[in-house]
Ligand binder design. Structure first.
Ligand code: AMP
Ligand code: GLY
Length: 428
């Protein structure tokens, strides 16, 4: 089978790495890929949002199955274009991708189908939004309706911060049309977890539950990022809770989408807050989590190719995943300054010595190969993934390896897993 993966991050490197182990794969392409992916797949120089050009490529390269990494490609309608041209692709179409690309749509769907989530209201008018914010008071959460690369949510601790957030989104238009409409939401308290399933629109195959670390700094401080580290499985979700989440959240969401006339195929990712009142949805994503997938896939024993193929063909009934025992932890190494301004083009040293090591994987995110060197080429640069019999063991592998990697300005969190660990793994 000839497979094309769309994307250029650590998530896509993990996907390509896993697919490359399948006996069913004869050729792997990635568009546009990165420095690490270039060692496993042929890179195609097409951007993730150039959906027509991506379809041209898939056709000319005789690709049997395309797998979409980022939400921006899905929101652009890559699945619609491929399907119209008779090309097989794993992911939801543009209409179904609204579950992620419009928070107002997803919140209204949850309300209509009684899927547990925080109280909320949707606003197109800043005046009305401000009145509602004043009425509810802080703490309160203000969210842009549209896609903002994970930066469109402001958890406001004071009234003035909340009113400022309404201004930034609706008056200053810092996210352009994405913030024309906003959702104002009750602040939920608890532990966060990422529940990711692969679905054919009827059945859902759960991945291991994971926990991401969205804030930039240790202790969950600083600005929100795309994710600074993740581990799986998280002990926060025991089998009873996993089954509750499937029955009360995941399956009702898939059925709700069907009832509303959307056919939902691909990945459904529910970002949950585990509140004292049970699990509640913070947001949906319609693609694999990054960096969650980098911590999940190394534990997947089953071949991923038939699973994705069955999802596309509507054959997931009875399919099960086999998992390796133990834990995986992914620590993100970022460029100094990320998620704000940062410099690229810094030479990364120490990677060769970490190749072919047991219990260690390096997935590249923003990197580029240049005359045999590996350069930093983005905000999130590397994902260092350790594996161990437990979370402590996995983190020890990852942090020991990071200690031997260097590039100018590199930064990373030293406390991945801290919400469930008794003692920190890195003490300095
Ligand atoms: P979102 O953009 O909805 O994924 O939110 C990004 C992050 O903001 C989440 O991972 C949470 O940490 C936080 N967040 C979002 N909504 C809420 C909420 N209602 N209550 C508390 N924290 C929230
Ligand atoms: N790790 C969060 C996300 O993929 O949206």
């Amino acid at each position: 089978m000839r497979i094309l993966v769309i994307g250029s991050g650590g998530r896509e490197h993990a996907l390509v790495w896993k697919l490359s182990q399948s006996p069913e794969v004869t050729k792997l392409y990635c568009a546009p890929g990165n420095g690490g992916i270039s060692e496993l797949a042929e890179l195609l120089d097409v951007g993730t949002e150039n959906v027509d050009e991506l379809a041209d490529m898939a056709e000319s390269k005789d690709v049997d199955l395309t797998i979409v990494g980022p939400e921006s490609s899905l929101a652009k309608g890559v699945v619609d274009v491929f399907e119209k041209r008779g090309l097989r692709i794993f992911g939801p179409n543009k209409a179904a991708a609204k579950l992620e690309s419009s928070k107002a749509f997803s919140k209204n769907l949850m309300k209509k189908y009684q899927i547990p989530t925080g109280q909320f209201a949707v606003f197109d008018d800043p005046q009305a939004a401000r009145a509602y914010v004043r009425q509810l008071g802080a703490p309160i959460v203000v969210k842009a309706d549209g896609l903002c690369g994970g930066k469109g949510t402001i958890v406001a601790h004071t009234l003035s911060e909340a009113l400022g957030a309404v201004d930034l989104l609706m008056e200053d238009r810092i996210f352009k049309q994405a913030g024309e409409r906003i959702v104002v939401e009750e602040r939920l308290v608890g532990e966060e977890t990422s529940i990711i399933v692969i679905t054919d629109g009827v059945y859902a195959l759960p991945m291991l539950p994971a926990q991401d670390h969205k804030r930039l700094h240790d202790g969950d401080k600083g600005p929100n990022t795309g994710g600074m580290g993740a581990y799986a499985p998280t002990p926060l979700v025991d089998p009873a809770l996993a089954s509750q989440v499937m029955q009360q959240i995941i399956m009702p969401t898939i059925r709700a989408m069907t009832s509303e006339g959307f056919s939902f195929k691909g990945v459904l990712y529910a970002g949950l807050m585990l509140t004292s009142d049970g699990p509640k949805v913070l947001e949906y994503n319609v693609r694999f989590g990054d960096p969650e997938l980098q911590a999940i896939l190394p534990l997947l024993k089953s071949d991923l190719v038939p699973i994705l193929d069955d999802a596309v063909e509507g054959r997931l009934s009875g399919v099960q995943c086999e998992w390796e025992p133990g834990s995986c932890a992914c620590v993100v190494v970022a460029s100094g300054g990320y998620p704000g301004d940062f410099q690229i083009g810094k030479e990364i040293r120490g990677l060769d010595a970490l190749k072919n090591r047991r219990d260690l994987l390096i997935f590249h995110a923003g990197t580029k190969k240049d005359k045999g060197r590996t350069l930093s080429w983005g905000g999130r640069v590397l994902n260092v993934v350790g594996r161990g019999p437990d979370l402590e063991g996995a983190l020890k592998q990852a942090y020991e390896a990071i200690g031997t990697i260097h590039f100018d300005g590199m930064s990373y969190r030293k406390d991945i897993g801290h919400r469930v660990l008794k003692k920190p793994v890195v003490t300095s």
